[in-house]
Unconditional design. Structure first.
Length: 679
């Protein structure tokens, strides 16, 4: 137990977020001047090269392909606006991608604010410059912030741009965001118009990651499905297609059926459909002043069995995290089925939820709206508040008509949804009955996210700090065997609190109720609902403090839990080290330095990411490093059988009611501290 209360302070964070050690006796690098000369001003596209993750989400393979999506989206915006109908996408050797459209072509005349530069150069070298802010050049578009093309330019070793406008072809070349040639007239083009951009992502940014033909082909295919009026011609150097990869070297992608074609193609001819496909497109309700608000397209297959899914887009941009347009879609389906049940006097229809309807459907949803708002530059979630009501209104009326046109299929659909609702309620009742005693007094609904397996040795409960860490843990967990209970910060110190305070502390009462085994004289190990109780806190001084308080609680109130080997400490890493496609994790500063020398023998830049806390750690990293039983490391909390008295005295001196004992401990051990940092 004594080893769990460490005297070694963590490394101090610098102003840049990195860690550094202070020498004994110094005041955290106060000798280094911090004045006006220390303030950097990043100009042009330098912020993009310094912090690419802010603009494209990282530097991995997914971020690399985000560059392709940015350029293709610009071409799609021209098509959606009605100015283009053909887009060519070609992948060549040396990781070179070319996208060409037959749209209007980027303007090449001098920019009014920068008369010494063309509009093309302004767009490609200036953040937040573009033609999609006012809504005059594009009614709806995927580009919003004027950063897509300029970001791609900044992160490419070379970008060549050809513009065909007014029967003339213009060309300009850029390297790492900077023009290396002037805008030049290269010839006449009486039968050509549009924009062609060729670029090569910078290995200094993306390491060994390269474009994957199959991934680019799927991107082109999905874009072609999204707009019926566009034809995308795909081509790829045959040398880039690996053995076994069925990606075609050439293909013409045009789908007049839109999303319905996409869904039919994915489901295949043997899909277990309950009803015919419901698909269509419709205008969204106009604004109060009569302004066009855009349109919505959808395709839904209701299935007897098989994996359910909902794939959504906004202005041809994929929204994998959903958003307000999906909310409107769900509301339209649920309210429509409930209303049909009311017409048929079926009272059970009122129990139907979105879970019941979407759990039996595969859907595609695409909206085109003005001035959409996304969560972040990578645009993975739509947050426009008006989209929910607009989509619901547009779809609800058409869903009602679709149901009314064929009552037998509507009845079939309603009956199947009711069966799913009844099954959901049965599972909920079966799950709650044996756990009722452990959850009946939790004040916060949903605070305990339980596992589905009951009273099994391989079940676990993770005690985490706060809702943020709880959210990450819930996404990373194995739902069958792992439960998560978020705690609100630092719990009560039971070693110094009165019995009355302990009894009145709701946080600890909830914890005891969740475990099910009672405490003190009422402790019953046979009623423990989990095989392992795992304390999972941040890998910093606050996390260590919270872990100490929890261990003190278990030691004082549930000692048999420790003696029987049920209490553990999770070991989340402090760092992630990445070079190219290789990533490793380090537990602390010493482990970081060791792995930088042993794991990365090749020369090159090593990206070092410091996790600020469990709430900031991506669920994938949390699962891989800390929660997956096959890959994690746990520390079992034990009390030495031969030295229980010493352990009890140590807990009392460090955590008890007498501050003079802690002061004496500090005086006794002060000389053993190597570095005293201001943290």
């Amino acid at each position: 137990m004594s080893d769990l209360f460490s005297n070694t302070p963590p490394a101090r964070k610098s102003s840049t977020g990195k860690t550094r050690d202070a020498k004994p006796g110094t005041q955290a690098d106060s000798a280094q001047a911090y004045d006006a000369s220390a303030i950097e001003v990043l100009e042009g596209l330098e912020p993009v090269r310094r912090r690419p993750g802010m603009y494209i989400g990282g530097t991995d393979e997914g971020a690399l392909h985000h560059l392709a999506a940015e350029i293709l989206d610009n071409a799609m915006d021209e098509a959606v606006a009605g100015h283009a109908n053909t887009i060519d996408v070609r992948l060549d050797t040396e990781n070179r991608l070319t996208v060409r459209d037959n749209g209007r072509g980027i303007p090449v005349d001098p920019h009014p604010r920068f008369p010494d530069r063309s509009a093309l150069e302004v767009i490609l070298t200036t953040l937040h410059a573009g033609g999609k802010f006012s809504g005059k050049a594009y009614a709806t578009s995927g580009g919003l912030h004027g950063v897509g093309s300029s970001v791609v330019n900044a992160l490419s070793t070379r970008m060549e741009v050809e513009i065909a406008r007014d029967r003339t072809v213009w060309k300009q070349v850029y390297e790492r965001g900077k023009p290396v040639t002037k805008l030049e007239k290269v010839g006449a083009a009486p039968n050509r118009r549009g924009t062609q951009i060729s670029f090569q992502p910078d290995p200094e940014i993306f390491g060994t990651h390269v474009f994957v033909p199959s991934r680019l082909y799927r991107l082109c295919r999905s874009k072609a499905f999204l707009f019926r009026g566009v034809t995308i011609r795909w081509s790829c150097d045959p040398a880039l297609i690996k053995a076994g990869d069925e990606t075609p070297t050439e293909a013409t992608l045009h789908f007049p059926g839109g999303l319905a074609d996409s869904l039919t193609d994915e489901l295949g001819p043997k899909a277990p459909l309950l009803t015919p496909l419901w698909a269509g497109e419709a205008p969204l309700p106009p604004a109060a002043d009569g302004t066009d608000n855009g349109k919505v397209e959808w395709a839904v297959a209701f299935l007897e069995n098989g994996p359910a899914s909902l794939v959504s887009y906004c202005n041809t941009i994929p929204t994998p995290q959903g958003g307000t347009h999906e909310t409107g879609f769900r509301n339209a389906l649920v309210k429509g089925l409930r209303a049909w049940g009311d017409q048929r006097s079926i009272k059970k229809a009122s129990a139907i939820t979105a879970e019941d309807v979407l759990g039996m459907s595969a859907g595609r949803l695409s909206v085109f709206i003005r001035d959409p708002q996304f969560q972040g530059q990578t645009k993975e979630k739509l947050t426009s508040s008006s989209a929910s009501k607009l989509v619901e209104t547009a779809l609800r009326d058409r869903f009602d008509h679709w149901l009314a046109q064929n009552p037998p299929q509507a009845d079939t659909l309603l009956g199947f949804a009711i069966e799913r609702a009844e099954e959901r309620l049965r599972r909920k009742e079966q799950k709650e009955t044996p756990r009722k005693s452990a959850t009946r007094r939790l004040r916060l609904p949903g605070k305990l996210t339980d596992c589905t397996k009951e009273f099994a040795p391989d079940t676990e409960i993770f005690l985490v700090e706060g809702d943020s860490a709880g959210g990450s843990a819930k996404q990373a967990r194995n739902r069958e065997t792992q439960a998560v209970l978020p705690l609100r910060g630092k719990i009560l110190n039971v070693a110094s609190a009165t019995a009355e305070k302990l009894r009145g502390n709701q946080e600890l009462r909830d914890l005891i109720e969740a475990l099910g085994c009672g405490s003190g004289d009422r402790f019953d190990l046979s009623k423990l609902r989990y095989g392992r109780v795992i304390i999972m806190t941040d890998a910093d001084v606050d996390g260590a403090h919270i872990a100490s308080l929890l261990m003190t609680f278990f030691y004082r109130e549930l000692p048999e839990l420790i003696r029987n080997g049920h209490l553990y400490l999770a070991q989340p890493p402090l760092y992630r080290l990445t070079q190219g496609a290789k990533s490793v994790y380090a537990m602390d500063d010493a482990d970081r330095e060791r792995k930088m020398k042993t794991e990365f023998k090749a020369r090159g830049k090593i990206d070092v990411s410091r996790f600020k806390g469990l709430g900031e750690m991506p669920p994938g990293d949390l699962k891989e490093t800390t929660m997956d039983p096959k890959r994690r490391t746990l520390l079992r909390v034990v009390t030495p059988q031969e030295d229980r008295l010493s352990t009890r005295q140590r807990v009392e001196s460090l955590m008890g009611r007498k501050p003079e004992l802690r002061f004496a401990f500090i005086q006794e051990h002060a000389r053993t501290v190597d570095d005293l940092l201001d943290v």
